[in-house]
Design a protein around this ligand. Structure first.
Ligand code: COA
Length: 214
């Protein structure tokens, strides 16, 4: 992980707000870059510097800062990560101080590990991936570039999640499963078979099937 310095965050919505809390480990948040129509209502605690369309609009942005793509939507986050790389920006990986990360875990540039997440031995987290709040990534897992492991999801040992895949909140992937590139797994789904690229799997159980207590 990069030593904390000055950080400009691409994005200004809910995910960006959570990433900005990394100021707790010493990052100074210079500000946010986001198009007007992609800005949330949140109080971000640092200024909006511009729309970020032209990353050279202010030379101090790239010279004095690391930059980080903090956008929840995977396709936009990946686009912004590629744009930062092309502009020669320094893109760190970010780890919340309340995450538990094995010393043997590998975390690539642009990835963020949120509070309460646990990363076990020899797991690999790809560029611009998100390991969200309280997610568990057990030994020897691989999470592909641009993928999202949503809050509370569990990847048991030796699970491989393809690039740009989405694993919904509270989903459980049993050991040794392969989830294909750009696959989508709905919240709360248990995955016990390999999933092909671009597949879609949603749990069949719904809360509406349970009796409602009057
Ligand atoms: C799967 C998902 C995309 C919704 O799929 P959908 O088919 O468009 O679902 P809809 O909202 O149209 O709901 C259709 C039905 O499926 C149910 N349903 C929705 N999501 C479900 C899920 N994850 N598991 C089981 N049932 C679900 C709805 O209750 C609804 O039931 P009904 O027919 O009895 O009313 C979404 O609910 C989901 O799981 N998203 C991931 C959310 C997440 O983890 N976000 C993390 C952000 S960090």
């Amino acid at each position: 992980m990069t030593n904390p310095g000055r950080l400009i965050i691409l994005g200004a919505g809910g995910h960006a707000k959570v990433v900005a809390e990394l100021r707790a480990i010493g990052w100074h948040i210079t500000g946010f870059l986001a198009p007007a129509d992609e800005r949330g209502e949140e109080n971000l605690g640092a200024p909006i510097l511009g729309d970020g369309v032209d990353l050279s609009a202010d030379s101090s942005w790239l010279e004095l800062n690391d930059l980080f793509p903090a956008i929840g939507k995977g396709d936009i986050r990946w686009r912004e990560f590629i744009r930062l790389a092309a502009a020669g920006a320094r893109v760190p990986s970010l780890i919340h101080p309340a995450a538990i990360v094995s010393p043997s875990a590998q975390i690539d540039a642009g990835a963020v590990i949120m509070a309460g997440a646990i990363l076990q031995a020899d797991c690999v987290i790809g560029s611009a991936a998100i390991i969200n709040t309280g997610a568990q990534v057990d030994h020897d897992c691989r999470v592909g570039a641009g993928a999202m492991i949503a809050p509370g999801a569990v990847l048991c040992g030796n699970v491989h999640v393809g690039d740009h895949a989405f694993i919904g909140a509270g989903a459980v992937i049993v050991p040794d499963i392969r989830v294909g590139r750009s696959a989508f797994v709905g919240a709360g789904t248990v995955v016990a078979t390999h999933l092909p690229d671009s597949s879609y799997l949603k749990a069949t159980r719904r809360t509406s099937q349970f009796p409602v207590m009057e």
